[in-house]
Every structure is written in C-alpha cells, then in structure tokens.
Ligand binder design. Sequence first.
Ligand code: AMP
Length: 325
Amino acid sequence: MSAESILIVGSMAFDDLQFPRPTPDPAKPTKLGTSFRDVIGGSATYAAMTAAALAPVRAIAVVGDDFPESVLEQMRARGVDTDGVQRAEGKTFRWSGRYHPDLVGRDTLDTQLNVFADFRPDLPQSYRQTPLVLLGNIHPALQIQVLDAMDSPRFVMADTMNFWIEGERDTLDRLLGRLDALVINDEEARLLSGEHNIAAAAKQLLKSGLDHLVIKRGEHGALYFGKEGIFACPALPLADVADPTGAGDCFAGGLMGYLATQAHIDDGAMRRGIVHGTAAASFCVQAVGTGGVRQLDEPSLSSRVAEVYALCRIEPEALAERCAS
Ligand code: AMP
C-alpha cells in the first residue's frame, strides 16, 4: 500500500535553548555552557519534517511575521503541504528551556504563545478528508477544533505536555475520549493519571477509551500498551547527543509516517511504527534544532530501523540453551 496522507497540527516556534556543559560528575555541573537563541522548533515543525520522509503531510499551524519563509520552503521541499500554515501579524510562538547536565531532564523557563493566543485553525477544504491525523503538542482546544473540522479520519493520535495537563485539564479530558492513540512521556503519564507507577498509569489512561498508548522514556526507549499486550522498544544508545529538543515530536512523526503506509493499524503495526519513531528520534538528537531531522530520508531511516531491530534481536537457540542450563 502506498502511504496515505497525514494531517499534522502543532506549534511552529522559535526556541531559546540552554545547555550546561556536561561534566563527568553530574552532581557538579559547571554553570558555563552553550546557549542558542531563535532556534527553529515547534511540535509541528519537527513532526511534519519527519513524517514527510514516509508519507504526504499537510501542516496546520500559525507563524508570526518574524518567521523565516525559508523554513516553510524547506518543509515544502521535503513534501509538506504548508497551505494550512497561516502567517499572522505579531510574534511567533517562543519556548525557552534549560537542560540538566544529563541532557535528559529540562526545565521550561518561558512559554510565549504570541500568535497562537488568537489562532483559529482554518482548514483548507482539501485537508478535511485526510485519513490520518496527528494532533501535535499545542493547546488542546486547538486540537479539538481541528478534529471537529475533519471528516471522519480513520486514525487519530495526539501528543501533549505538562504545560497543558496542568493548565487545561478539562479541555484535555474532552479530547482524550476522541482519540485512537495517545503518545506522551513518562512524566506526563504520571501527571495525567495521578499514578506514579508507569504500568498503573497506563492502566488508568487506557480507561478513557484509547486503543493505543505510547509512553516515551527518552534515552530509555518507549513502552507501548495496547489491547494485545505490552511492548518495549529501546532507544538507540548514541554517543553524540547534542540537543534532545523535538525528539518526542520526531518520534510521533516517524510512528505516524509508518502507520500511513499500513492498511490496518493494529498491535503489530503500532510495534513496527514505534521502532520507526525510535529511529527517527535518533536523528533529531544528533544536532541542535532541526539540523538532525533534515538529514533524515527514507533510506537513512530504514538503515537506523535495522539498527533498532538488531538491538532487540535474541537468537532463539542461545536463549533456549541458557534457559536449559
Ligand atoms: P519535545 O522536545 O519533543 O517535547 O518538543 C519540543 C518542542 O515543543 C519545542 O520545539 C517547542 O517549541 C515546542 N513546545 C514547547 N512547549 C510547548 C507548548 N506548551 N505547546 C506547544 N509546543 C511547545
């Protein structure tokens, strides 16, 4: 089956990023580090650039008059339809974050909604029948508005983050019941479910009617909870992590891109899709901003997918011998 189209809504952003210089002893970080301002980011940017390696993508977002047209051109060159990206008067969404010395934990220093504060998604007619929808991390009210404007998509997956779980809980609850799949990180799963244990959190979240729940665990990989059981996928161990920003969005983009090639989205497709998402996220973290994801195309993604499969392979004979001894 050739790939079906995916509609992706989310943020397009300028990110200000701070990285403390890593030290061998994480308990003693040096204050000196590297900072980057005005890095192109946003959940829609990362997810759309990634998914477009596998399937046609239609993007919905808003940017301000300060956002470079060249980025939209780069997205179009990758096969992203940007007709649904509005340009509004004012400043583009801005997020700033500071990473911990382990380059895993991070603190949000500031979130400025700017043009997203008054954004009303206006779906081009041609977008309404898109079969797959990725509601990337953005205000849940906007995620609902996009879903309302769609003409019965066959698969809807959403992402969110603590900013919205803490600030827009009721709206988020209204969205959850309308999803096929939710993809969030472990901290968000705990916050959303009120359960500290991840398996208990998953059990709680699946009660909202989801068929598929994916919990991202950064360098520890991802856990999948579905109707037919649990699947664990490791992350590729990389020695050259530069910037984890957007890894979660690239993961969702890679997963969704793979699902768009599948006639049936069942447990097996989700497992294979998670391997694709994991491989996609590994490109993202290797450069600052979208530098890594811009290196990703279908052949390079396929070879990383093979690396992830190789990570999990166990020779049945060897396993049988060990169990017997
Ligand atoms: P990730 O590292 O996958 O969680 O994604 C980071 C990206 O999400 C950054 O490029 C930010 O611009 C964007 N982002 C951060 N906070 C928010 C938010 N509250 N809503 C939407 N996008 C956000």
